[in-house]
Design a protein around this ligand. Structure first.
Ligand code: PEP
Ligand code: CO
Length: 445
């Protein structure tokens, strides 16, 4: 099977979530132009991340992965990007403190533009149209024109991914000082929490540690140039992924150079399906979302196909069961993987199994459910002698009201105030930071 892989061999497999373009010539033209554009990332960055993920699987580093459920083209703006970077870097600093490990910071950004959907169509007031599948594919507006897949959006998406990543690289290279000093963070919400004393002690300790290091080194902490940042997105739209898959000089193998760390979604991980076929042939570190329908046999078979050489850092299982289901589902998978001797990095996504519909019919998630799934994940891995090496969040640096709970006690009635997501609800700035404080507290115990 391995010999017959090519960047296009997925086309011979059954494909879930496929996009049907009305004009095949227009799709071909767009893809031909996409192929000509330079890559967004380099193979050495990809290999560096793989090495770091291998260390995370051994418990020597910790992975923080987060960002929007789906980026939108409208949100390709400096403030939104900078705020997302800031919250991720702040959370990673908190997690360094809690875990006493280096944290690998990976954004769900610069290409997270395509969405899997539970239904092909959406009906409003008796009108049925194709579902919105993310800005890479169609528009969210509810008209037949806007819901028609448009191949030009593949190019617009790639350009926006490039703009996003370019800005992030510039901020990080320039020393992006904003996140180093907790005393400058917006921490008002801390006062509203029952844990405010704990939070304050942690923030003071982090601030003191940063000052201590700066004094010792004699330079501001951004002068260390230690800050690395990687990108990830769901590799859902295989025409897009294939177009940027190439071989590079002096290395063997094929690299997906749209992103460092693509993942396979829970809906597209069929063993004989197109997505697994495409992913098995690329050299990047890859993730697979693992939901409640996955069996121990499924995950072992996925590990066989996706990582036959058992290469460290190559494969991350991102489990996402839901707070009420994790105890039932996770232990058997951990046990099977441990018994097989396979090397994987385990990461917990406490978002996608905890989506509920509020009374006002908005999709939401409860802060307490998210935390509960995370706490269970840490406890189960620890009890079984396994390692939870990372966490995966849907979050934004903005002050949205999409998830309920957290220190300010956002209620269902608050959701309307600033509900911006077209897809899944995200933790806002304060909820995301608070979540990292709670995880850090758990890890430091
Ligand atoms: C997602 O990460 O946005 C997503 C759709 O997740 P999953 O594949 O786990 O459902
Ligand atoms: Co999502």
């Amino acid at each position: 099977m391995k010999d017959s892989w090519s960047p296009a061999s997925w086309k011979k497999r059954p494909i879930a979530q496929q996009v049907r373009y009305p004009d095949a010539d227009a799709l071909r033209d767009a893809l031909e132009r996409l192929i000509q554009l330079p890559p967004l990332v380099s193979s050495w960055e990809v290999e560096t991340l793989k090495q770091q993920l291998a260390e995370a699987a051994q418990g020597k580093r910790f992975l923080l992965q987060g960002g929007d459920c789906s980026e939108t083209f409208d949100d390709c703006r400096s403030s939104v990007i900078a705020n997302k970077l800031k919250i991720l870097l702040k959370m990673s600093l908190v997690l360094v403190y809690g875990s006493k490990k280096k944290v690998i910071t990976v954004g769900r950004l610069a290409g997270q533009y395509a969405k899997p959907r539970s239904t092909e169509t959406e009906t409003r007031d008796g009108v049925t149209l194709p579902s919105y599948r993310g800005d890479l594919i169609n528009y969210s507006g509810f008209t037949p024109e806007q819901r028609q897949p448009n191949p030009q959006l593949l190019l617009r998406g790639y350009e926006r991914a490039s703009l996003t990543l370019n800005f992030i690289r510039a901020l990080i290279d320039g020393g992006f000082a904003d996140f180093h000093h907790p005393e400058l963070w917006d921490l008002d919400f801390v006062n509203h929490s029952a844990h405010s004393d704990v939070y304050r002690r942690m923030m003071t300790a982090i601030g003191d540690s940063v000052s201590f290091m700066e004094t010792m080194a004699g330079v501001p902490i951004y002068g260390f140039r230690q800050c690395e940042f990687f990108t990830s997105h769901e590799g859902l739209h295989l025409d897009y992924e294939q177009a940027k898959t190439r071989q590079v000089p002096r290395r063997t193998g094929w690299y997906n150079l749209t992103t460092h760390f693509p993942w396979i979604g829970d809906r597209t991980r069929a063993l004989d399906g197109a997505h697994v076929e495409y992913f098995r042939g690329i050299a990047n570190p890859i993730g697979v979302k693992i939901g409640p329908t996955a069996t121990a046999e499924n995950v072992l078979a996925l590990a066989d196909v996706l990582n036959p050489g058992n290469e460290p850092g190559r494969l991350t299982f991102i489990h996402r069961f839901g707070a009420g289901k994790i105890e039932r589902h996770l232990p058997a998978l951990i046990e099977a993987v441990m018994r097989s001797g396979k090397t994987v990095l385990w990461c917990c996504d406490p978002m996608h199994g905890n989506t509920i519909t509020a009374n006002n019919s908005l999709k939401t998630r409860d802060f307490d459910d998210i935390l509960s799934e995370l706490e269970s994940a840490f406890a189960i891995h620890q009890k079984m002698g396994s390692i939870l090496g990372g966490v995966h969040f849907e979050l934004t640096g903005e002050n949205v009201t999409e998830c309920i709970g957290g220190a300010r006690g956002l209620s269902e009635a608050d959701l309307q105030k600033a509900y911006e997501s077209n897809v899944d609800p995200r933790l806002n700035y304060e909820q995301a930071l608070e979540m990292s404080l709670l995880i850090a507290r758990n890890m430091s115990r």
